[in-house]
Design a protein. Structure first.
Length: 132
């Protein structure tokens, strides 16, 4: 089932099938997912080498990205997906996919305050504000 809408703060699982056109050392593979606003400015990024993720050779040629809580305000977003081998220098790029998918984030009452988050293509963070 393809879903193009998700509520702010909800779980999101992205599955992308891929084909290989050359031999890739998956131990050195770096995947970057940028979720971007309408001006193609990265709002959030997942960069696998920074996250300490190492890949094994694929069995099904499927990339799966799981986001436990999508902390984005309501709005339209697009994704940019990059694959590199070894480092993030331009000559190490294996593939770059602009507009890999589009997602419509619907504002939710993430804080259970009785108010929905304001729309606006930006991220928000989980935390507390206290005055003592």
């Amino acid at each position: 089932e393809i879903i193009t809408e998700v509520l702010s703060g909800e779980y999101l699982k992205i599955e992308i099938d891929f084909d290989l056109y050359k031999k890739v050392n998956f131990q050195k593979l770096i995947i970057v997912l940028n979720i971007q606003d309408n001006f193609e400015k990265a709002i959030i990024s997942f960069v696998t080498d920074e996250m300490g993720i190492k890949f094994n050779d694929p069995i099904e040629n499927k990339l799966i990205i799981e986001i436990p809580k999508l902390l984005l305000r309501g709005g339209q977003y697009t994704a940019r997906l990059l694959a590199m081998e070894g480092d993030t220098q331009k000559e190490s790029f294996l593939d770059e996919l602009e507009h890999a998918f589009y997602i419509n984030v619907l504002s939710s009452d993430y804080w259970n305050s009785g108010k929905t988050l304001r729309n606006g293509e930006s991220a928000f963070i989980d935390g507390k504000i206290i005055i003592t």
